[in-house]
Design a binder for this molecule. Structure first.
Ligand SMILES: C[S@@+](CC[C@H](N)C(=O)[O-])C[C@H]1O[C@@H](n2cnc3c(N)ncnc32)[C@H](O)[C@@H]1O
Length: 212
């Protein structure tokens, strides 16, 4: 948590509730230990979706389909392609899409995001990046190619619980690679001439980028 817990609880308490079917799915995912977007990120996504009104969304990192179902409920006319590689989560996401009647609007792309992104074409009005944090930097070229002009890229968990500001020597040896790669990613999205980006201290840190 980057911001104070009490402040976070307070902010969550003033945000408008999500529909019952969304909170039920959130509760089940959290009980099962599935890493899904936080409440404040749900709220930010809702705001961005209502503002941008994307027709086509790409999500990298489906898990059990929580954020895809949330997005589909907000943008009732949009279609979503979402990528997941972990078979048990693919199975559960498929069951959830079926249960929520979203099979015609959500397409689950099964496999490693690096391979799928390389092969994918078309253009997306919004891309939500929420998979392996150490891989974002390697996905970026394909993400920019797949983003429509004026399209929005939202990248989650970019501040690593605040550890991003620490020297690499203060980071556990096993986390140093991901720490270094996330710093490279933050530099890249903020300096790539095709994008205009901002970093938000929200949840675990998010970047918002627009393709110019
Ligand atoms: C944080 S979870 C996604 C949560 C989801 N967006 C939500 O809020 O409901 C990240 C997911 O990305 C998947 N993932 C990680 N690396 C991946 C890769 N290289 N290719 C495809 N999926 C990957 C993980 O299996 C995990 O389910």
């Amino acid at each position: 948590m980057i911001i104070d817990d009490r402040l976070n609880i307070f902010i969550n308490s003033v945000h408008r509730e999500f529909p019952e079917e969304i909170t039920a799915l959130e509760k089940k995912a959290l009980e099962d230990g599935v890493p899904i977007i936080r409440k404040s990120t749900q709220n930010l996504l809702r705001f961005m979706l209502l503002m941008k009104k994307p027709a086509k969304i790409l999500e990298v990192g489906t898990a059990v389909g929580f954020s895809a179902i949330l997005m589909a409920g907000i943008c009732e006319d949009c279609t979503i392609d979402t990528i997941e590689k972990y078979p048990p989560r693919i199975k559960e996401a498929k069951e959830n899409f079926e249960r929520y009647g979203l099979n015609s609007r959500i397409r689950l792309l099964e496999g490693d995001a690096a391979d799928i992104l390389r092969e994918l074409d078309g253009s997306y009005d919004m891309i939500f990046m929420d998979a392996a944090k150490g891989q974002y930097i390697y996905y970026l070229e394909d993400i920019i190619r797949l983003l429509a002009d004026g399209g929005v890229l939202i990248s989650d968990n970019v501040l690593q619980e605040g550890d991003i500001i620490e020297s690499k020597y203060a980071i556990n040896r096993r986390d140093r690679t991901i720490h270094q790669r996330m710093r490279e990613y933050l530099y890249a999205v903020n300096h790539d001439k095709r994008l205009e980006s901002t970093v938000l201290v929200e949840g675990d840190g998010l970047t918002l980028s627009i393709k110019k």
